[in-house]
Design a protein around this ligand. Structure first.
Ligand SMILES: [Zn+2]
Length: 418
């Protein structure tokens, strides 16, 4: 199934060449983009110079994305979501503000969130990535950064009006975990206990109760279902749910269930090191995406290694990262199922271990995008995404990754790693 990804022909490691630091500033010394020589030269260029190039590219992309998703639409919101809509542009602007401290980014972000608030007022979707909680949570964080207490209060009160229906799934994109993630995002930006544990506790309890009802009996202690399928991945399945649960101080027996659920997945992964899409689909070793497969699960395993300190999780994350290195240079650009999202596996392992080989791999995927994505997308060799400027499917994700490469130890997969 090599049609899903480009064979990764980049060297496993390239030492930095300090003489390239200056050369990359001189236009006559830069090889033709898209050639093997150009990519190898980028890989050997010191990180300090590369991250400057990535930052410049990100800021150019950001301008294009703002024009396409906001300026040219007459500031009308057709899709408010973070995943494929204009809240993703706002999230990118917030990231850009955090990196560059450009107050214009924060101000524009605030305008876009207000428009999303209006557009999502009657939405019944409750999560950060695809629902109303994303609007309220980002709105509160942006208002806090602007010193606007009235708007902080407004967005927090709107978040508290969100009701979770009893038939809601537990997964991240549309379910209870996606709502909890929004609450934790608020607590991260506005201070611990802004949304109290009492408010979130009943939701956590429900997720664990549902998981136990579906799991057990000599299989995974926790299980989950979305539209009749028991998914494993980050977007709709166990990895996303375990990831969010590990953000909370669980009781010892609950911790044990989370650990054993992850160990069940590790034990039943494919021989290649990749992971099945679901309990129902245990044969096809095909997808290497954040949404389904090794990348999203690797991020959860890194978190498990951080939270539980168990070496089993670190080793499994490293194994999954090898799958991403070999089969994760996808013919798609985005965060959800593209090269940009897959790069975060290496950044998470670099953050955890400090090993430069992981930073090199993130740099390699980023340099591949920097050097080739524009040409590959325009020639139809690479899919630019169904929503081509969006955060999760389009070049918005690439811009976000490039901004995260500026301070790689602080990089976090958007709307997944806190
Ligand atoms: Zn996806």
């Amino acid at each position: 199934m090599t049609d899903r990804y480009f064979p990764n022909q980049m060297p496993d490691f390239v030492e930095e060449d300090p003489t390239l630091q200056q050369e990359c500033q001189q236009a006559d010394k830069i090889p033709e983009p898209g050639t093997e020589e150009a990519l190898l030269r980028l890989l050997a260029t010191p990180y300090a110079a590369i991250h400057e190039s990535l930052k410049r590219a990100a800021l150019d992309l950001k301008e294009t994305i703002v024009v396409e998703t906001w300026g040219l639409t007459g500031q009308k919101v057709h899709d408010f979501t973070l995943y494929s809509g204009v809240l993703g542009t706002a999230f990118l602007l917030f990231k850009s503000y955090q990196v560059t401290h450009n107050a214009n980014d924060l101000s524009l972000c605030s305008h876009i969130v207000k428009a999303c608030d209006f557009a999502s007022f009657y939405s019944r979707d409750v999560t950060f990535i695809c629902g109303r909680a994303g609007v309220c949570a980002l709105g509160a964080a942006v208002a806090k950064n602007m010193g606007d207490d009235q708007m902080v209060y407004y967005y927090l009160s709107k978040l508290k009006e969100i009701r979770l229906s009893s038939d809601l799934p537990d997964e991240l994109l549309y379910g209870r975990c996606g709502y909890l993630w929004a609450c934790q995002f608020i607590n991260r930006h506005l201070g611990k206990e802004t949304i109290s544990l009492v408010e979130m506790g009943s939701v956590i309890k429900e997720i664990i109760g549902n998981g136990r009802n579906m799991g057990g009996r000599g299989r995974s202690p926790l299980m989950s279902e979305w539209y009749g399928e028991r998914y494993w991945g980050a977007a709709h399945g166990l990895a996303g749910i375990m990831h969010v649960l590990m953000d909370f101080e669980l009781k010892p027996d609950e911790c044990e269930d989370v650990k054993e659920t992850l160990k069940y997945m590790i034990k039943n992964r494919f021989q290649s090191g990749n992971y099945p899409v679901s309990e129902e689909d245990r044969q096809r070793d095909v997808l290497v995406h954040w949404c389904h497969g090794a990348p999203g699960i690797a991020l959860t395993l890194v978190k498990a290694a951080e939270v539980f300190g168990d070496k089993v999780f670190l080793q499994a994350a490293i194994d999954a990262a090898d799958v991403v290195w070999n089969r994760g240079l996808l013919k798609r650009v985005g965060i959800c199922h593209g090269i940009s999202g897959n790069s975060y596996v290496f950044l998470a392992l670099y953050r955890l271990t400090g090993e430069v080989r992981f930073l090199y791999r993130a740099k390699a995927f980023s340099c591949f995008l920097l050097d080739r994505s524009h040409k590959l997308i325009s020639e139809g060799e690479m899919h630019g995404g169904d929503s081509r400027y969006s955060l999760f499917e389009g070049i918005g994700g690439m811009a976000y990754l490039f901004l995260d490469m500026v301070h790689p130890t602080d990089a976090k997969f958007p709307a997944y790693e806190l």
